[in-house]
Design a protein around this ligand. Structure first.
Ligand code: FAD
Length: 307
């Protein structure tokens, strides 16, 4: 209930202005977002890499309303990739992109987003790292998978993301487990209708386990994005049942969530990648993080009343 309200508010401009202007929001935002500019982001990234973690960087922005804005997002990614190369980080750090930020929601936007994604992939290829295309709400899934397929014709290392809350995802996993395919499996962060998505957490979790097994039984490189011990436990049990090499899959978590556990799992020899968002357009990302955990909202409200 609260989750759906917060996800609804993540798309409400009037609330956006109030939340962004509220000074105490900033303190909570800092936990989840690595600052507003490239220098902030690289500082956080270096610190994570020094702790033995891998990183994927997301330049925040899903409110792209003009082609010029989409171009600026693309240019920022190219600049980011060049900085990663200059600072010797391309072995540990890749980037995550959202097609909406690259213009996919504009009229004729799919071609524009594909062109922009190609520019980013070319830059990643040049510096020797990879790109993963985030999953957005279910109305975009088919178009995103089509775009990823086109990108992979030239850049077979492009990663895609599947969400266990969607009914379709087991089938998508079966189609995404060819040799070399990088597939991030997450639960899904968007409010979705019951026509397309499981509503109960237990059903989303059951499907996560099923999809994880499907991916691990295939030949791709699954990337398990979750903070949930039960899901991680299932993944690790299946890895040993299937005798999978420890370097043939990744565990992934978000910046600011279970940071000690990230380091502990990396210390056990797992490839642990942290998703690091940065940029000024943090509102929608931040609201999804609040929606995932009511305790985060309580923290914010307490700060408000303690003033
Ligand atoms: P949950 O059942 O939600 O949480 C399990 C436990 O994790 C909680 O009990 C709590 O201890 C902790 N936790 C989870 N969320 C929070 C939080 N916000 N604050 C504090 N503690 C928390 N979603 C998409 O739709 N598309 C994507 O492309 C996408 N990419 C992702 C990439 C990565 C690397 C990760 C980790 C997640 C991504 N997500 C994406 C978000 C994902 O879909 C979930 O919304 C999010 O990970 C929470 O689900 P969970 O698996 O951690 O399980």
């Amino acid at each position: 209930m609260l989750k759906n309200v917060l996800l609804g508010l993540s798309r409400t401009p009037a609330v956006k202005h109030a939340v962004v202007a509220f000074p105490l929001t900033r303190r909570l935002v800092e936990r989840f977002v690595a600052g507003e500019n490239l220098d902030d982001c690289l500082r956080v990234t270096h610190a994570l890499v020094e702790r033995g973690l891998l990183v994927t960087i997301d330049f925040l922005g899903e409110d792209t309303t003009t082609a010029a804005q989409a171009d600026r997002v693309t240019d920022t990614y190219v600049e980011l990739l060049n900085r990663l190369s200059a600072e010797g980080l391309t072995g540990e750090v890749e980037v995550s992109i959202k097609l909406s930020a690259l213009g996919a929601l504009l009229a004729g936007g799919h071609e524009l987003a594909l062109d922009n994604a190609r520019v980013i992939c070319a830059a990643a290829d040049r510096v020797g790292t990879t790109v993963t295309v985030d999953a957005e709400d279910h109305t975009t899934t088919d178009a995103t998978l089509r775009t990823v397929a086109k990108l992979r014709e030239q850049y077979p290392w492009v990663g895609t993301v599947l969400q266990s809350m969607l009914y379709r995802t087991t089938t998508d996993c079966l189609q995404q487990r060819d040799p070399g395919n990088r597939v991030r499996l997450c639960k899904g962060a968007y409010a979705e209708p019951s026509e397309v998505a499981h509503q109960a957490k237990s059903a989303v979790d059951r499907n996560y386990r099923r999809c994880a097994t499907v991916l691990l039984e295939g030949d791709g490189r699954p990337l398990f994005a979750t903070h949930d011990d039960a899901m991680i436990g299932h993944v690790l049990d299946e890895v040993s049942r299937l005798d999978r090499a420890v370097d043939s899959f990744e565990l992934q978590m978000l910046l600011g969530i279970r940071s000690d556990e990230q380091v502990r799992l990396a210390g056990l020899g797992h490839s642990m990648r942290v998703y690091v968002p940065f940029g000024t357009d943090w509102y929608a990302y931040f609201m999804r993080r609040l929606a995932e955990r009511p305790a985060n909202v309580v923290f914010l409200l307490r700060a408000l009343f303690e003033r």
